[in-house]
Structure formats: structure tokens, C-alpha cells
Ligand binder design. Structure first.
Ligand code: UD1
Ligand code: CA
Length: 431
């Protein structure tokens, strides 16, 4: 699979059925927008080196997100959403001199995997296809374009639900909206599409008819796992896609030797890796990119929010939240704590109710704190970043730490305890 690939991702549609001010492709699963999931699957293809995202509805927001997170992706604006074929046509100027293979996907199908895209591309190349449509079979194909095949199994055309006769509606094989095509040959189709159909749109699906008419080879590659092309059109779809992604990943983790005590109440982003013999207790929510090593205990009721590294043998207990925190080995944060933007050594004990104050609400800046090996933080302490706490230092319970602490020292910052003899007794007597 050495041939070069460029991808076109369609993301200009409005997503009316989401009933949202947010563009559809920016709706999130595990804190990552739909378009992010699609681009990550594309980006992991070995020979992929450029993606073009067609933006339109909410273009400004989508572009901003892509600029921050996917610098390599180019965007091009589809001013009016005149259909999927019209959307792809917007990429013509950017691919003017390109002669290789193009992969087309939709930005609202977040479950598509690199593995499946790889198989599609392999099939396309091995069969010397000019245009390959990825298809799948659904028991209930309502809403999808139907695949019409010839007696010899070639794809003849794709008929949209709204244009389909009753007999065509019976067909269970559908268009997934993913295509592989030889750009130099098929690109001319985009100047010749018409919008003479039930929706008055320029359909991308019509390139099939065009390619056959022009004697190009059109094939269909059937994707085994129809879940992967599950498209998001509504909030219900979003919840179902989250659930599919979640269950698949939990199964994968269990197969790799991670104990998930209660899969029904456990949420782990597939961007988080977890080592063998780690146990995840119920009601744990892990979003974003994190690395959890082996032999850890996480939860119950723990929340990891991304950018975390949890070393071997650590314990993250109940009502503990971590964000951008790196913990070395055998460190315990067992109860009711927040650790944000911190680097924590080996064998550190963070007492119950410890809070890392990492955010300055005036400057809007976040600062990091460092705790060396063997540090022990007493319960109910506040660590005001940025501070550095040296090896084996001890922080007395209920301290507010605003300055660095030397190795082996005891730091204490709380009022001294006062005792007034017989205070209760004398007050009771007065009454
Ligand atoms: C499309 C296919 C259908 C297929 C289904 C798979 C067409 C005509 N139909 O239907 O055969 O079964 O996908 O999910 O292609 N978009 C734009 N600009 C536009 C219109 C759409 O960028 O002008 C984008 C949308 O943002 C979306 C994608 O294209 O990401 C698909 O559009 P959508 O309207 O959802 O197409 P479907 O009706 O689902
Ligand atoms: Ca769709």
C-alpha cells in the first residue's frame, strides 16, 4: 500500500436534527469532536499525507478547532450546502495537480477505524478499481442510499432513499458514504453532476453512474462491521455512537488483561491506554489522552480529564479528579482530591481532600507544581501552583502551601490550636 492518499472529509452540513448552535461535526464523544475521531482514523493510515476538510455551516468554529488540533488539515469553504457532490467539488482547486488516490469520508461518522479504511484502500488498489464505494448491510436500511448491483456484482448506481421506488427500498446493502477513487479519472465527474432529483441537490453518489458511463471500473467493498459507519444526525445517534465506542473499547481492554468491575458504569476514551492487571472500579469516567500503567487501582468514582500519566501500582481513589497530571510509581491519591497540572514522583501520598490550585482567574493562566519522591501531603491541604516540594518533605494537614518546600522538611501553614479551659462548662452555667 505504498501509493499516496489524500483524504477529503465532508463537514459543511448543518445538522438540523441536532437542534444545536454548535456545528454538527463539533459535537463530542469523550471530549473529542466527531470530526476529530474521523481525522485521527485517517491520520493513522500509513500513506496518508494530506486531508482536506470541507467546511460550511459554523465554518469559523470548525476552522478554529482544526487549526488548534489538526494543523496538517486544510480547509475549504462550501458557501452554500448544495449537496455532497457539490461539497467534494470545492476541493478541485486544491487537488488541481494531484494524480493519486482520494479517500472521501464524512465528518459525522466517528466510529470509522483505520483498519477498515486500510482494507478499503487495499481492495481498491488490488482490484485496480477506479472508484470503490464502501457499502454495508443493514436489516433496517431506512435513510441510507441503496446499492444497485449488476448480475456480475458490479455497482451500477446508488439510489437515495427519497428517490427510491418501493422495490429499491427493499435492498439492504447501503452506501456508507466512504469512497476511494482515482482522482485524475473521476474528478471530471464533479463538473458534470446535476441536481435533478428529489432533494434538488448535487449528489456525490451520482459519480457512480458517471464513472460507469465513462467506462471506468466501479466496485463495491462491503464493510463487515456496520457499526463503523454509524452516522450522527441527532442527539439520540450521538448517545448510541458513544455507547458503541465505549463498549468496544472496554471489551478490548478486558481482552488485554484490564479488570473492569462494572462495564455498565465505566466510561473510558479509546485514546487512553491501560496496562495489564489494572482494575477500574465502577462509575469511573476517563476522557481524552491518558496513559495508565499496569497494576493500578482506579476509582470507584474517579475522573481523568486528559493529559494524565499514572505510573505502575498507583491508586486513584473515590472522588478524585486528575487533569494534566503525571504520577510516577506507587503513588496514592485515595480520596476527594483534585490534581491539575502537576508532576508527582514515586511513593507520594496525597491526603484526603487535597486540592492543587493550578488556575489564576485573573491572569487566566495555569501553573504547574512538582512533588518529588516520597512527599506526603496531609489531608485538606491546598497546593498553590507553582510550587516545588522536595524529596520526602511532609506537609502538615490543612496547610495552604504557596512557597517551595525543601527536601526532608516539615511545612505547616495553619492557625495554631488554642484551648480555653472550661469554656463550655462556664457558658452552660450562665444559661
Ligand atoms: C449520504 C449519502 C447516502 C449514504 C449516507 C451515509 C449522498 C447524496 N447520500 O446521505 O447515500 O447512505 O450519506 O451516511 O451523498 N455535506 C456537506 N455539504 C453538503 C451536504 C452535505 O459537506 O452540501 C456533508 C455533511 O456535513 C455530512 C456529509 O456530507 O458530513 C453527508 O451529508 P448528509 O446530508 O448527512 O447525507 P445523507 O443524507 O446522510
Ligand atoms: Ca448523514
Amino acid at each position: 500500500m505504498e501509493k499516496e492518499i489524500r483524504a477529503i472529509v465532508l463537514g459543511a452540513g448543518k445538522g438540523t436534527r441536532m437542534r444545536s448552535n454548535l456545528p454538527k461535526v463539533l459535537h463530542e464523544i469523550f471530549a473529542k469532536p466527531l470530526i476529530g475521531w474521523v481525522l485521527d482514523s485517517i491520520n493513522n493510515l500509513p500513506c496518508q499525507n494530506e486531508s482536506i476538510v470541507i467546511i460550511g455551516h459554523g465554518a469559523h468554529d470548525v476552522e478554529e478547532y482544526l487549526n488548534h488540533n489538526y494543523k496538517y488539515a486544510k480547509t475549504t469553504l462550501q458557501k452554500e450546502q448544495l449537496g455532497t457532490g457539490h461539497a467534494v467539488a470545492q476541493a478541485l482547486p486544491l487537488l488541481h495537480e494531484y494524480r493519486g488516490t482520494v479517500l472521501i469520508t464524512c465528518g459525522d461518522t466517528p466510529l470509522i477505524t483505520t483498519k477498515t479504511l486500510t482494507k478499503l484502500i487495499k481492495y481498491h488498489h488490488e482490484n485496480n478499481s477506479d472508484l470503490t464505494v464502501m457499502t454495508t448491510k443493514f436489516d433496517n436500511p431506512t435513510g441510507y442510499g441503496r446499492i444497485l448491483r449488476s448480475a456480475t456484482d458490479e455497482v451500477l448506481k446508488i439510489v437515495e432513499e427519497k428517490d427510491a421506488s418501493d422495490s429499491v427500498k427493499e435492498i439492504k446493502e447501503v452506501n456508507t458514504g466512504v469512497y476511494c477513487l482515482e482522482w485524475a479519472k473521476i474528478r471530471k465527474a464533479f463538473n458534470e453532476l446535476s441536481n435533478n432529483n428529489a432533494q434538488g441537490e448535487y449528489y456525490l453518489t451520482d459519480i457512480v453512474k458517471w464513472a460507469r458511463h465513462n467506462q471506468y471500473k466501479v466496485l463495491g467493498y462491503q464493510c463487515e462491521d456496520s457499526d463503523e459507519i454509524y452516522g450522527i444526525n441527532s442527539r439520540q445517534n450521538l448517545a448510541i455512537a458513544t455507547s458503541i465506542m465505549r463498549k468496544k473499547y472496554l471489551d478490548e481492554l478486558m481482552e488485554k488483561g484490564v479488570t473492569i468491575v462494572d462495564p455498565d458504569s465505566t466510561y473510558i476514551s479509546p485514546d487512553t491506554s491501560i496496562g495489564m492487571d489494572t482494575t477500574i472500579f465502577p462509575n469511573t469516567y476517563i476522557e481524552g489522552k491518558n496513559k495508565i500503567a499496569k497494576k493500578c487501582k482506579i476509582g470507584p468514582m474517579a475522573h481523568l480529564r486528559g493529559g494524565c500519566e499514572v505510573g505502575e501500582g498507583c491508586k486513584i481513589g473515590n472522588f478524585v479528579e486528575l487533569k494534566n497530571a503525571q504520577l510516577a510509581k506507587n503513588t496514592n491519591v485515595c480520596h476527594l482530591s483534585y490534581i491539575g497540572d502537576a508532576e508527582i514522583g514515586n511513593h507520594v501520598n496525597v491526603g484526603a481532600g487535597t486540592i492543587f490550585a493550578n488556575y489564576n482567574s485573573i491572569t487566566k493562566e495555569k501553573k504547574r507544581s512538582i512533588l518529588e519522591d516520597g512527599v506526603s501531603i496531609g489531608s485538606n491541604s491546598v497546593i498553590v501552583a507553582p510550587v516545588h516540594i522536595g524529596e520526602d518533605a511532609l506537609i502538615a494537614a490543612s496547610s495552604c502551601i504557596t512557597k517551595d518546600v525543601e527536601a526532608h522538611a516539615l511545612a505547616m501553614s495553619r492557625g495554631h490550636q488554642k484551648e480555653i479551659k472550661n469554656w463550655v462548662k462556664s457558658n452552660k452555667e450562665k444559661k
